[in-house]
Design a protein around this ligand. Structure first.
Ligand code: CA2
Length: 149
């Protein structure tokens, strides 16, 4: 059974604790539980990670790349948080490791501050889900399965 990595970047561990108008009331644990249920519907298992550190996220992408090549993993559903708008290093990691990544944003970044309108991740993403709330992770899992079939 191949796995799906659900990877969350900085501050997403705070989900459900503040800014509910932007990110809803559900916690990261709720999101991860939803992802597990969705993946299971298609016979897959999720592996959920969250880090506030860019290098740890890069290492996770590299690891996913190796496990995809070994046939153990399908790809990554990734909310890079604010690193979306700053990280050339994550862009390079996704491109270099040849990882199918579905980029997910809970909020509609295009209706927010101008600095959130640009993503370094989108040009190397296999797909993008924006502004669908935490349901975006479920859509991201469906999209990844569809794209890698
Ligand atoms: O909309 C998204 O999913 C974002 O990736 C969330 C990031 C933000 O920097 C991106 O522009 C868009 C921020 C995640 C912070 O999450 C919090 C959750 C609850 C309380 C505080 C922060």
């Amino acid at each position: 059974m191949s796995k799906i990595m659900v990877l969350n970047g900085p501050n997403l561990n705070l989900l459900g604790s503040r800014e509910p108008e932007q990110y809803g009331h559900e916690t990261l644990a709720d999101v991860e539980a939803m992802c597990a249920v969705e993946a299971q519907r298609y016979g897959h298992e999720v592996e959920c990670r969250q880090s506030n550190h860019e290098g740890v996220l890069i290492d996770a992408i590299h690891e996913a790349g190796q496990r995809i090549k070994a046939g153990e993993m399908l790809g990554v559903v990734f909310n890079p948080g604010a690193y979306t708008h700053t990280s050339v290093a994550l862009h390079d990691a996704i491109k270099g490791a040849e990882v199918p990544v579905i980029e997910v944003h809970i909020s509609n970044v295009h209706t927010r501050e101008a600095f959130r309108h640009h993503s370094y991740i989108s040009p190397v993403a296999a797909g993008i889900v924006v502004g669908m709330g935490i349901q975006g992770y479920v859509l991201g899992i469906q999209g990844l399965i569809h794209k890698t079939r």
